[in-house]
Design a protein around this ligand. Structure first.
Ligand SMILES: *Cc1c(COP(=O)(O)O)cnc(C)c1O
Length: 486
């Protein structure tokens, strides 16, 4: 029997403790607290021994799935392995113990990391300047769009309120544009999964603020028409925004700045190997072309030419302020440690290895899973469910949800499912560059077994998972009547 089969949360036993204090006159300090400030006593706290507490939490942690416990091919999320040295660097007391209001003179080390990391990101992306202040990818998008809007307003070009977003875009793109007060216009994809330039051109008038693009796009495909798109959008007076949340495939190979993008964000918590999930913490630095650098948000960090020291300052010409201080410094530290530990030579391998891993998995499974776009992919690709799915048979039909649930039984985290919305049964797989061939082969074997089970015993998939701590929830009931405690 596994721990979670008898998981109980009520472990409290009257009088049991996990500590003992010496019996001195100081032991009971209750009467030293003024009566008006005391809570009613005794507080209703669990009374448990130290082993009970330790086992409870360690067992709970074992019920969790993380990139440190297994393969996590969640498309559009880049769940690569996060080297532990990153954590060690970020938690050095000299970094972890800083206060954001310390005078610049006392935090020169931290500010130089901010400055140097910005410089490295510039050279990796081809942008002229970066702000590291935004806390997440979506926060970076909002920052970038504020810069885009400020750029047009500063030129007196007030009509430009339209942002073009492809139909394959990550949901945060249209959401950020709407939050920024801009109007979202969708551009279609071709059957090959790239932007339909014929659909784009009529949208390019003098109300266009810009276009938001992901390249490789959400299908894992490189936008082959990028040069023509860049020329057309710029000719119409718009700016090009690059969603660089998943920069894995390009790292060290191609730079958005060289493709003509004016503004971009990166997700340090994806591409630059800092842990994510569960709501953060993250970092979504924003890079801009030279002519937009005066619009970066406050505060800015710069190196004084006179003294050679780093200093922080407000930016009176900037697009505003999007965070209290200078970003999630711990996350910046981890990205910095990651870049330094790979170095100039090895960081160039991230792109090719992640592309190789994705194409290897795609080619090993495409005889059993529907592959709507079969061209060479970059770091990820999308299947549209199983070829043999008993479609239309209400008793035997196997959906993408069933495949995802069954993968959990085989010890793999499920890929991203039902996204992108272009296909009904999307399964989006991103293996990343940090997995061995053996791990990829084991995943391929599980996916192939599932395809066989779909034919021989579809009920097994439709009721999966069978050996996880939590079985299949009733999705409707879970959403309408969530039960938040055991
Ligand atoms: C993850 C992701 C985002 C959003 O990043 P958050 O840090 O979750 O806000 C935006 N665009 C793409 C393409 C992404 O994959």
């Amino acid at each position: 029997m596994k721990y979670y089969d008898k998981l109980i949360f009520e472990l409290s036993k009257e009088g049991r403790t996990g500590f003992s204090l010496p019996d001195t006159e100081w032991a009971d300090t209750t009467d030293r607290i003024p009566a008006g400030l005391r809570r009613e006593l005794p507080p209703d706290l669990p009374q448990v021994s130290e082993p009970d507490v330790v086992r409870h939490y360690v067992n709970l942690s074992n019920m969790n799935f993380g990139v440190d416990t297994g393969f996590y091919p969640l498309g559009s999320c880049t769940m690569k392995y996060n080297p532990k040295i990153n954590e060690e660097m970020a938690s050095y007391p000299g970094f972890g113990g800083l206060h954001p209001l310390q005078p610049d003179d006392t935090v020169q080390g931290a500010l130089s990391i901010y400055g140097e990391l910005s410089d490295w990101l510039c050279s990796l992306t081809g942008m002229a300047a970066f702000t590291l202040n935004p806390f997440a990818g979506a926060h970076g998008e909002l920052t970038g769009l504020m810069i885009m809007r400020s750029y047009h307003i500063s030129r007196g070009d007030l009509k430009r309120t339209k942002v073009i977003v492809p139909d394959s875009a990550h949901g945060t793109n249209p959401a950020s544009a709407a939050v920024c007060g801009l109007q979202v216009v969708q551009v279609k994809s071709t059957p090959d999964g790239v932007i339909d330039i014929g659909d784009l051109k009529p949208l390019l008038d003098d109300t266009v603020a810009g276009i938001m693009m992901t390249n490789p796009n959400t299908l894992g495909l490189f936008e082959t028409g990028i040069k023509e798109i860049e020329t057309s959008v710029h000719a119409a007076g718009g700016l090009l925004y690059y969603d660089g949340a998943n920069m894995n495939a390009l790292l060290g190979k191609v730079r958005p700045g060289d493709m003509g993008f004016d503004i971009m964000h990166l997700n340090l918590h994806k591409t630059f190997s800092t842990p994510h999930g569960g709501g953060g913490p993250g970092a979504g630095p924003v890079g801009v072309a030279e002519r937009l650098s005066r619009l970066l948000p406050s505060p800015v960090v710069r190196k004084s030419e006179k003294t050679g020291k780093y200093e922080t300052a407000g930016n009176p010409t900037g697009a505003g302020r999007i965070s209290g201080f200078m970003g999630n410094f711990g996350v910046l530290m981890k990205a910095c440690a990651y870049i330094l530990s790979l170095g100039n030579r090895n960081i160039r391998k991230v792109g090719p290895y992640s592309v190789l891993a994705a194409n290897y998995v795609k080619e090993s499974l495409k005889d059993l899973y529907k592959l709507p776009v079969s061209t060479l992919c970059k770091h990820e690709f999308v299947f549209d469910g199983l070829k043999e799915a008993n479609a239309g048979d209400p008793e035997r039909e196997v959906t993408t949800l069933d495949i995802a649930k069954r993968l959990l039984d085989y010890g793999f985290h499920a890929p991203t499912i039902y996204f992108p919305l272009l296909f009904h049964q999307s399964i989006m797989i991103e293996p990343t560059e940090t997995e061995s061939k053996e791990t990829l082969d084991a995943f391929v074997a599980a996916m192939r077994t599932i395809a066989e089970e779909a034919v021989s015993d579809p009920g097994l998939l439709r009721s999966a998972p069978h050996n996880t701590p939590v079985r299949r929830p009733d999705e409707t009931l879970a959403a309408t009547h969530p039960k938040l405690k055991i």
